[in-house]
Design a protein around this ligand. Structure first.
Ligand code: HEC
Length: 111
């Protein structure tokens, strides 16, 4: 949790360099984003506020906020390997599990 607290600060310092209407979180320019965009965006909405291309796949914003995952359980989910209802087979390397976890957890809202 302590590491994640730094993210809003990053938004403040980097967020004004974009010209689009939606503020693009700096994580979108990161390696973590590039990974999920490449591997997951065929089914999941990876950007906040987007709709998943596959309606059965929760958006990553939902995964971060509404599914009860913590950074630890999400990391375990990716490392353990899952075959979710024949929809998604996933087992990530340690490095990729960290990227995916960090990206998704960056979408967690402060409540
Ligand atoms: C082929 C489509 C597809 C791809 C590609 C895909 N997913 Fe999924 N994912 C799904 C679907 C569908 C579900 C919902 C399954 C269900 O519970 O019914 C899901 C569920 C999830 C969940 C929630 C797990 C749960 O408990 O339901 C997480 C987290 C997740 N995906 C992460 C990822 C990540 C990270 C990637 C890329 C590395 C990825 N997915 C790639 C289709 C996909």
């Amino acid at each position: 949790m302590r590491r994640l607290a730094a993210l809003p600060l990053l938004v403040l310092t980097l967020g004004c360099t974009t010209t689009s209407d939606e503020p693009v979180p700096p994580i979108v320019q990161s390696e973590a984003f590039a990974f999920v965009e490449d591997q997951c965006s065929g089914c999941h909405a990876v950007r906040p506020g987007a709709e998943s291309p596959n309606p059965r796949a929760p958006s990553f914003e939902m995964v971060a906020n509404d599914m009860g995952f913590t950074p630890v359980t999400l990391h375990e989910f990716f490392r353990d390997g899952h075959d979710v209802a024949g929809q998604m087979r996933i087992q990530l390397s340690e490095d990729n599990a960290i990227l995916a976890r960090d990206y998704i957890m960056s979408l967690k809202h402060d409540r």
